[in-house]
Ligand binder design. Structure first.
Ligand code: ZN
Length: 422
């Protein structure tokens, strides 16, 4: 059954407080929560494993972290917000004068009331993040600091749902799992992808799907390094992330910008509410850049709403549950499903009666008083027949007609049923 926006938002709410990073128990708890929606294989890749030009880092687990003011009040506490601690902070325990502590504090003067989100994965450091207004009010004196964390050999965890289809071709869907307590970035992507995987399992498919839940950058690099044998079978893919805010949908094109997934996404997104944007490939953003790198050049596009720095709440405590809109989540899932429905059904169009317009009325397909076809269905049939020279496909029929995917697929079936399409 199709989940409604509230169901998706409930999952975002449950994912939101978990203490995620690129490794650690918070990621495992996240994957366990997602497994309630859809079965996932959980892979653990040991620290130190070479992955492409990288290496799996030590595993980080945070137990507690706080700062106590000179009067003994606890003024910053990871128990209140996960964002208060710089991700991958090394352990520390001691007393610091405010002027020495300042080098380890992070705040954003441009957004003085929010806690910014900071990490230091690959250069050892410790630090705290806090609202600039709070930081500015700190009085000189001796502050007590604790970060009780471990940074030691362990593993990187990622989840993968492999959903076999009848064809050898595969399609990857990737979403990042490494952000703690940020709702749009990327609890929204995880929630939508979990329900996408569940929906893909609900009916037989032609393509084989791999829905991957892994940390940003190092996760897709690890997956690519471990799946060499699958790479030649990958026909396309989609990175789905930051899909819960109220901004319009944005599709980022794959490397060529002209692959099947690009064409399908453009055909579907042109039907979506106004404001939808298309952007070209760029070598930054999310995990699409790993799939599109020169050694792989996999046609993987990206579906987001307000991505990267494109919204004022980005990477801060203001990216919270209120920012995520149930209808936006449901809309994002619906668009991703429509793209995949179109890719599943896609085939070259061959009109078997190509000389002039075939007589639809004789075959019960012409709309007359009380006839079966809606005006939209009628137009979809005419487009499919017009494109049926063997050089065009159903994706073209959607793109050129501007009609909804389901109408075009219904028209395709109707024409097939009367033998007008080969
Ligand atoms: Zn982010």
């Amino acid at each position: 059954m199709q989940p409604d926006g509230a169901t998706l938002h409930d999952l975002v709410r449950d994912l939101y407080p978990l203490r995620r990073s690129i490794t650690g128990n918070g990621v495992r708890e996240t994957l366990a929560l997602l497994q309630r929606v859809t079965p996932l294989a959980v892979h653990e890749v040991p620290t130190g494993t070479p992955v492409l030009d990288w290496e799996v880092p030590p595993e980080w687990n945070l137990r507690s972290a706080w700062i106590e003011a000179p009067d003994g009040r606890r003024i910053v506490d990871a128990a209140v917000s996960n964002l208060h601690v710089v991700g991958y902070s090394t352990p520390v325990s001691g007393d610091f004068q405010l002027e020495d502590l300042q080098a380890h504090l992070h705040s954003d003067p441009a957004r003085p009331d929010v806690i910014p989100y900071r990490t230091s994965y690959y250069s050892p450091a410790w630090g705290f993040c806090l609202a600039h207004r709070q930081r500015a009010a700190l009085r000189p004196g001796r502050y007590r600091v604790l970060i009780d964390a471990s940074l030691e050999p362990g593993s990187l965890s990622y989840g993968e749902a492999v959903i076999p289809g009848s064809m050898p071709d595969e399609f990857v869907i990737y979403t990042h799992t490494c952000h703690p307590s940020l709702a749009n970035d990327n609890a929204s992507g995880m929630a939508v992808c979990a329900y996408l995987a569940r929906w893909l399992r609900s009916a037989p498919r032609r393509l084989t799907y791999r829905v991957i839940f892994g940390p940003g950058t190092i996760g897709s690099i690890t997956w690519l390094a471990r799946n060499h044998e699958a790479i030649p079978r990958i026909a396309g893919g989609l990175v789905v992330a930051l899909v819960g805010d109220r901004g319009p949908l944005v599709y980022k094109r794959s490397w060529t910008g002209a692959s099947l997934v690009d064409r399908a996404a453009e055909a579907v997104l042109r039907q979506a509410p106004a404001g939808t944007r298309f952007i070209d490939f760029s070598p930054w953003g999310y995990d699409e850049r790993q799939f599109g790198s020169p050694g792989f050049r996999l046609p993987v596009g990206r579906l987001t709403r307000s991505a990267e720095e494109g919204y004022p709440e980005y990477h801060s405590s203001a990216d919270n549950l209120a920012l995520v809109d149930p209808e936006a989540l449901a809309g994002s899932l619906g668009v991703a499903q429509a793209i995949l429905r179109l890719l599943e059904a896609n085939r070259p169009l061959k009109n078997l009666s190509p000389f002039g317009e075939p007589q639809l009325g004789r075959r019960g397909l012409y709309r007359s008083l009380g006839g079966p076809a809606s005006p939209e269905l009628q137009r979809a049939m005419l487009w499919i027949l017009a494109l049926g020279d063997g050089e065009h496909d159903l994706v073209d029929a959607c793109g050129q007609s501007g009609l909804p995917v389901d109408t075009v697929l219904e028209a395709d079936q109707a024409l097939r049923a009367v033998g007008l399409l080969g």
